[in-house]
Write a protein that binds this ligand. Structure first.
Ligand code: GAR
Length: 449
């Protein structure tokens, strides 16, 4: 898990720090990890707590730094060194400038020992807060965890907890009770809430560029159906294309892949058992001039015929729709690699398409085309079903980004091993050198005589 990296800033005893350390141990704080404890005071007891918990420490004092600017610069350097993503002020007795807090907008939280907006702001910190509360004569006080902005104790409130004032309370007694009953309770929970949000935001940002291993994706999915992968091999820039079929019924399990003149076909394994050949017997992969077409049905031929007429992939697929296998309305998935026209332009590009029902009744067809510029080691994977089910849920979202190894046997093995043992039927993998057009291929059939 890609946990949010937290720095806890302290100046003193560090009992709130201890509450955070304990929360981390108990799993209350689980979307964040304390990686640094920074103290503005070199003899703060909190530093000992950090060392005991095996957390790195740093000391930056205002006195040594000489100015607020140099002090904050010293803190920033420590934070950056540790890749800090979130800051918890836990008894940090220094005010941070507007410039500093802006850098960590909604990433710094503070615990304050009163119910804000009472007894807060400049000068109201530590024991003084409780003196103010007792002087005023409030019957209820408490603690607040809030975001830190440029106004001291002025940022948005995240959590509060009230604590009753008792007749004989002194500032010290009240401080202790507010800590135990409120601060140590709400600070870890608020920290977890913010760490979780930041982790989710980070994951959302990186998801776009994440590359999965296809073996892992397949191992988690008992029935992706039929699948196409197209991409570029990791080192030598080969155009990679893979196609697999799976089956649940006897009719669809009764198939093998065969190769004829560099083209791939599905055929019945035992012809006497064929009940309905229409959706299971087709040309899966064909070549037309500098184009390689791969699909999960007879739209391979439609695309081929359109190319012959000088028309394109999208135009061909405009004339087709998902399969008529109610209630699944299995999508038609297609891919096409276009190789460079001549030796001077040896590259390639590829497209993928899915034609799918836009509603459970199969009354409207959505046609999606994806066009890719290849990148070394990256492929795109589209398959017919999200997972097993009745009816089978149609593939959703964009083609998945998967890693393409350099070695054809490693990739073939990763695919075949990843596919569910009961449901997998056949697999074909082709690695083409775009400069020469020469290719290597692997064919795996579960049904063998
Ligand atoms: C805590 O009561 C905290 O709320 C307060 O200082 C104490 C630190 O204790 N913070 C402020 O007043 C900030 N304005 P600790 O070092 O034992 O956690």
């Amino acid at each position: 898990m890609n946990k949010t990296k937290i720095a806890v800033l302290i100046s003193g005893g560090g009992t709130n720090l201890q509450a955070l350390i304990d929360a981390q141990k108990d799993g209350v704080l689980r979307h964040g990890r304390i990686v640094l404890v920074l103290s503005s005071n070199s003899i703060a007891y909190g530093l000992k707590r950090a060392v005991e918990a095996g957390i790195e420490t740093a000391v930056v004092t205002k006195k040594q730094a000489g100015s607020q600017e140099a002090f904050e610069q010293g803190i920033l350097e420590e934070l950056e060194k540790h890749g800090i993503e979130m800051i918890v002020l836990a008894g940090f007795m220094q005010i941070l400038s507007a410039d500093f807090v802006k850098r960590y907008d909604r990433r710094i939280i503070n615990v304050h020992p009163s119910l804000i907006p009472a007894f807060c702001g400049k000068g109201a910190y530590g024991l003084r807060v409780h003196e103010m509360a007792l002087e005023y004569g409030v019957k209820v006080t408490g603690a607040t965890v809030h975001y830190v902005n440029e106004v001291p104790d002025g940022g948005e409130i995240i959590m509060q907890k009230a604590v009753s004032v008792r007749k004989n309370d002194t500032p010290k007694i009240l401080q202790k009770r507010v800590m135990a009953e409120a601060e140590w309770q709400i600070l870890p929970r608020a920290a977890e809430r913010v760490a979780k949000r930041l982790m989710a935001e980070k994951n959302a940002r990186t998801r776009t560029y994440r590359i999965d291993n296809i073996g892992g994706l397949l191992a988690e999915n008992a029935y992706p159906g039929r699948g196409i992968v197209i991409g570029e091999s990791k080192e030598t820039g080969k155009a990679v294309c893979a196609y697999f079929i799976m089956g649940r019924s006897e009719n669809s399990r009764n198939r093998v892949f065969t190769l004829k003149d560099g083209e791939l076909f599905t055929e019945p394994f035992d012809p006497s058992k064929v009940k309905d050949p229409s959706l299971i017997i087709y040309a899966a992969l064909r070549k037309f001039q500098n184009r390689l077409i791969v699909t999960n049905g007879d739209q391979t031929d439609t695309i081929y015929e359109f190319l012959e007429k000088g028309q394109g992939f999208e135009q061909a697929l405009e004339t087709r729709q998902f399969e008529p296998d109610e209630p699944n309305f299995t999508p038609r998935i297609s891919g096409m690699i276009t190789f460079g026209q001549n030796q001077d332009e040896p590259g390639f590009a590829y497209k993928m398409s899915i034609l799918k029902s836009e509603d459970p009744e199969g009354s409207r067809c959505g046609r999606y085309t994806y066009s890719y510029e290849p990148e070394a080691g990256l492929g795109h994977f589209i398959h017919t079903y999200e997972c097993d089910g009745n009816p089978l849920p149609t593939f959703a979202g964009e083609p998945e980004r998967v890693a393409i190894p350099e070695d054809i046997d490693a990739f073939t093995d990763e695919l075949w091993t990843g596919l569910n043992t009961d449901n997998k039927i056949s697999l074909y993998v082709r690695y083409t050198d775009p400069a020469t057009g020469e290719y290597e291929e692997r064919l795996v059939n579960k049904n063998t005589k």
